[in-house]
Design a protein around this ligand. Structure first.
Ligand code: TPP
Ligand code: MG
Length: 655
């Protein structure tokens, strides 16, 4: 017996409304509205194999409208993924379940990206589509030949990041990216006419996209529109006209179905309306069997691909890259040894460029870029030719002035696999990237942020461009490693640590201004422990100076003055507080000294939080206001960040 597509879709509707009701929390409207479109996508278009969810050449599917999480949980269960089980779905939104409120890629193998912050799933999918074309250019159609599909809502299209993502995808001609827009005319506050009168298809067309339309409840029409999307060489938006909460007779078409359980009465009425007689969490055998058959279709394609991989001359390199393993853990050593032969006095942004020269030559998986600050961020190397619409083999992306879009695309590339993305802008504009940086951290993705112009040291551009709270606020973000290296050696060491960190993002905070070399021994990566002593006391020790980045050389100058006054001072360079915090108690207390020491922090940013290391009795030198526009030396003097200003205050404290 063939099961009607309507009944297949109704299985999604029933699971979604019942799971939300059981949790007494969640969003039934979107899954119920998009059930028909998703049924066609998962039946006739998407290439996937529930038994091999990480098969490298699978199509990528991103539910950008992450609040509709029950849509993907239903689909994964129905098509035969190991998880979620029906028990997992019954426990939707509970601690014990991988069916979290919004989809989390680290909880379910079938979830490609963590979504929920509207607009970001779409923008990550752009990165996945870039990754696909790039790897295709290097490994060929036999190994890489897949599509990226997205379901996005009105909210995803309204967010500012959408402009960046659409612009980038159109410019790069990402024809294998297909976005299915849940065009239901409803958001939380009510009808979309409350807040928008934009001609969305016109905007997409003007950005180089193809736009198709369909009735999102007419299976043949959906199939036609998806076929058109697939065939068109441009990225495609399919406007699927749908009714939110489809099937709920009294609530459908209204925002009442968006984010609240339908209620027992409405659920009973919906069962009647849909002709769905099964109890909650029970799916008729023949309907489930039909879904499982659909899910089993991809196994043959996957097996063919595996056979091609096995026979392929590049199989080993392809598998290495997709696994994220590095060819050599020690690829910086030659470069470091060369560096100390003739230690350069360079800005750490320049040192980063030098380190990147070595890294990008050794690691073909690195794909760099900048949000229109290539010459300032020093992110481009000889090994990274531009990646363009005409040549996807390039390894450098001109992201344009799209910081948030860049960061989200980097996440997409990292999640796709086979690429280690890095991208630059000014540190102050991490505020523009922050939503995506946070998702890098949540998703454990190896995205590396090259953030230059890291303090008032940038000079005349003034307070709008001078980071104050940025380094500390990024340190406050869980799972983000923030590196602020002090010279060229530390910069190379921090780059190595960022690259070796396969399970999370890193931010490098780099100077515009030149810095003197402070490190001359490169036998061990001293940055690995997050902080280390760079100068031992000469007199009886009374002071511990803790500094980062450009202020390490300042701390050395302060220490020299203290020693001249007979006061012993140790200088600690602390390039990464997260790594330091992870050390043993004895390492930390040995380094920071006992309570008899005056501990002093020096960092050209907020002093907020530095009492964590100085104690309340210590001294903290930094900047707790916005900066100012002036030449660099005037600024450091104005804000009291000179040895002449700092040393007397320490001596006074010592009494
Ligand atoms: C960046 C961001 N802002 C706000 C929200 C809260 N939110 C979740 S869904 C939603 C409405 C989205 O409307 P739409 O995409 O049309 O979804 P639908 O109501 O059609 O399911 C909002 C404001 C969010 N998840 N992310
Ligand atoms: Mg909507």
């Amino acid at each position: 017996m063939t099961i009607s597509e309507k009944n297949m879709a109704n299985a999604i509707r029933a699971l979604s409304m019942d799971a939300v009701q059981a949790a007494n929390s969640g969003h039934p409207g979107m899954p119920m509205g998009m059930a028909d479109v998703a049924t066609i996508l998962f039946s006739d278009f998407l290439n996937y194999d529930p038994k091999a969810p990480k098969w490298a050449d699978r199509d990528r599917f991103v539910l950008s409208a992450g609040h509709g999480s029950m849509l993907i949980y239903s689909l994964l269960h129905l098509t035969g993924y190991d998880r979620p089980t029906m028990a997992d779905i019954k426990d939707f939104r509970q601690l014990s379940s991988p069916c979290a409120g919004h989809p989390e890629n680290f909880k379910l193998a079938g979830v490609e990206a963590t979504t929920g912050p509207l607009g970001q799933g779409f923008a990550m999918a752009v990165g996945m589509a870039i990754a696909e074309r790039h790897l295709n250019a290097h490994f060929g159609d036999d190994l890489v030949d897949h599509k990226t599909w997205v379901i996005a809502g009105d909210g995803c299209l309204m967010e500012a990041i959408n402009h960046e993502a659409v612009g980038l995808a159109g410019h790069l001609g990402l024809g294998r990216l297909n976005v299915l827009w849940d065009d239901n005319g409803i958001t939380i506050d009510g009808g979309t006419e409350l807040s928008t009168s934009e001609d969305i298809p016109a905007r997409y067309e003007a950005s180089g996209w193809h736009v198709a339309r369909c009735d999102g409840h007419d299976f043949d029409d959906i199939r036609r529109a998806l076929s058109e999307a697939e065939a068109d060489p441009r990225p495609s938006l399919v406007a699927c006209k749908t009714v939110i909460g489809y099937g709920a007779p009294n609530k459908q078409g209204t925002s009442a179905t968006h984010g609240a359980p339908l209620g027992e009465d409405e659920i009973a009425a919906t069962r009647e309306q849909l002709g769905w007689n099964d109890k909650p969490f029970e799916i008729q055998e023949d309907i489930l069997a039909s879904w499982r058959q659909i899910g089993a279709k991809g196994a043959a394609k996957r097996a063919e691909w595996e056979a091609r991989l096995k026979a392929h001359s590049l199989s080993e390199e392809f598998e290495r890259r997709m696994s994220g393993a590095l060819p050599d853990q020690n690829m910086m050593q030659d470069y470091l040894e060369g560096l100390v032969q003739d230690p350069p006095k360079v800005a750490t942004r320049k040192a980063s460029e030098m380190a990147l020269g070595a890294l990008t030559a050794a690691l073909p998986e690195m794909v760099g870029g900048s949000a229109d600050l290539t010459g300032s961020n020093n992110t481009k190397t000889d090994s990274t030719k531009p990646l363009t619409k005409d040549d996807y083999s390039g390894r450098y992306i001109y992201y344009g002035i799209r910081e948030f879009g860049m960061a989200a695309a980097m996440n997409g590339m990292a999640l796709h696999g086979g690429i280690i993305p890095y991208g630059g802008t000014f540190l102050v504009f991490t505020d523009y990237c922050r939503g995506a940086m946070r998702l890098s951290a949540i998703q454990n993705s190896r995205a590396i942020y090259v953030m230059t112009h890291d303090s008032i040291g940038l000079g005349e551009d003034g307070p709008t461009h001078q980071p104050i709270e940025h380094v500390q606020s990024l340190r406050a973000m869980p799972n983000m490693h923030v590196f602020r290296p002090a010279d060229a050696v530390e910069t190379a060491e921090c780059w190595a640590l960022a690259i070796q960190r396969s399970e999370g993002p890193s931010t490098l905070a780099l100077t515009r201004q030149g810095l003197p070399p402070i490190r001359h021994d490169v036998s061990v990566n001293l940055c690995e422990k997050g902080a280390y002593s760079i100068k031992a006391p000469e007199n009886a020790q009374k002071v511990v100076l803790i500094a980062t980045g450009s202020e390490v050389s300042l701390a050395m100058a302060v220490a020299a003055q203290l020693e001249a006054a007979g006061v012993g001072a140790v200088v600690i360079s602390m390039p990464c507080t997260e790594l330091f915090d992870a050390q043993t108690d004895s390492y930390k207390s040995d380094l920071l000294g006992g309570d008899d020491m005056v501990r002093v922090s020096i960092e050209a940013g907020t002093t907020f939080g530095w009492e964590r290391y100085t104690g309340l009795n210590g001294l903290r030198f930094g900047i707790d206001s916005f900066g100012a526009s002036a030449p660099i030396n005037d600024l450091f003097a104005h804000f009291g960040l000179t040895a002449e200003a700092i040393t007397p205050q320490i001596l006074e404290k010592l009494g």
